[in-house]
Design a protein around this ligand. Structure first.
Ligand SMILES: NC(=O)c1ccc[n+]([C@@H]2O[C@H](COP(=O)([O-])OP(=O)(O)OC[C@H]3O[C@@H](n4cnc5c(N)ncnc54)[C@H](OP(=O)(O)O)[C@@H]3O)[C@@H](O)[C@H]2O)c1
Length: 340
């Protein structure tokens, strides 16, 4: 099969189109004939040599795909049957799937529990842009952050793949959203997706803007991918019983925080990473998403914000665009037809 490999750690130019042996689906897995693969910031980190795949996972990058099931793994005693969690897949089913790696390829093996039916009304190109951000946002904003109807959410990086998903899901579930982004155009995009207010963090202080927007009350949940010096400011933005959910540290891994404020406002600081979690844990998230989010997707109330697609062979150009901050929402690699 054709696949993109990271020939050595480095810039986008290290991505190479190569021939690799097709993977064989193991117990509990399905083989997916990939139509499209989503591109995410963690793929860039992996390419740079800063985010190794978990043990036993292919070195081919790519955390999400959509396509057609072309084979089923053996359901034997060596592992959970692919039907253990939710549903029995069959050859020919169109699915989107969260994978721990291997998405930038014509074929990928995925645990059956990490697959979801491609939502009716969306192309496979769009379906490929769903799993990574929807799983991440669901488990962090709604499970860990417990965002409820009527509450305020502050989303940093509002125009990112994660941000565009968080804004839409929070609004669709009755919450109010404030987003930050790095340009006026990105702020407009956040508001078009439903944010009550978007703050250009390069020209305005987000703490002051949050206080002004919420009449000094603060927000109930902060979804943060920046960390570093944002952390103390996030804590300042939180209302009583607020929750800070950390999903990345693009601005710094370490932070100094006012512990007295954590105590007096009864705050919770939490966070998570998705990729190293077990198929059973990811399957539990998939079940929750299928129940709570799939009806919103099929009704068109939320959509993956796909901005642009590239053919698989041009993965380097896709990485360049994401790295240079040119993208609002998601980008996708078109894998089939084979000319791509
Ligand atoms: N924990 C998990 O399980 C998990 C899962 C998936 C992704 N992630 C993380 O979530 C983040 C978003 O992923 P993605 O794929 O959606 O990325 P993306 O589309 O490339 O977006 C990255 C965003 O980060 C913002 N940003 C970067 N540096 C910043 C800074 N110093 N201050 C403020 N904003 C900054 C950019 O905002 P502007 O362009 O507006 O400047 C951009 O919108 C990544 O860090 C990724 O590693 C975590």
């Amino acid at each position: 099969m054709r696949a993109i490999e990271i020939s050595k750690p480095g810039g986008p130019e290290v991505l190479r189109l190569v021939e690799r042996p097709a993977p064989a689906p193991g117990p509990g897995e399905v083989l997916i004939d990939v139509a499209a693969a989503g591109v995410n910031r963690p793929d860039l980190m992996q390419r740079q040599g800063n985010y190794a795949p978990p043990p036993g996972v292919t070195d081919i990058p790519g955390l999400e795909v959509a396509g057609t099931i072309s084979a089923l793994g053996p359901d034997d005693a060596a592992g959970p049957p692919q039907s253990a969690n939710r549903r029995v897949w069959k050859v020919g089913d169109e699915v989107c799937a969260l994978v721990a790696g291997g998405g930038y390829a014509e074929l990928v093996a995925a645990p059956g529990v990490q697959c979801l039916p491609a939502p009716a009304g969306l192309s496979l190109l769009h379906a490929a842009a769903i799993p990574e951000t929807f799983f991440t946002v669901w488990t962090n904003v709604f499970e860990r952050g417990r965002l409820a109807r009527g509450e305020w959410l502050l989303v940093h990086g509002g125009s990112s793949g994660i941000g565009t998903t968080a804004i839409q899901l929070a609004v669709a579930r009755g919450a109010l959203v404030i987003a930050t982004a790095g340009s006026a155009e990105k702020c407009r995009a956040c508001e078009a997706l439903g944010a009550t207010r978007a703050i250009n963090y390069r020209t305005a202080d987000f703490v002051a803007a949050v206080n002004e927007t919420t009449a000094q009350r603060g927000v109930d949940v902060v979804l943060d991918m920046v960390g570093g010096e944002y952390t103390a400011r996030n804590i300042e933005c939180l209302a009583r019983d607020g929750r800070l959910v950390q999903i990345a540290t693009m601005g710094g891994r370490m932070a100094t925080i006012p512990l007295w404020v954590v105590m007096s406002k009864r705050l919770t600081i939490t966070g998570s990473t998705l990729r190293p979690r077990t198929p059973a844990e990811k399957g539990a998230i998939a079940s929750a998403i299928e129940r709570e989010v799939w009806p919103l997707l099929t009704a068109g109330r939320v959509r993956p914000a796909v901005e642009r697609t590239w053919p698989l062979k041009d993965a380097a150009d896709a990485h360049r665009a994401l790295e240079q901050g040119e993208v609002i929402g998601k980008i996708v690699l078109a894998v089939q037809p084979a000319g791509n």
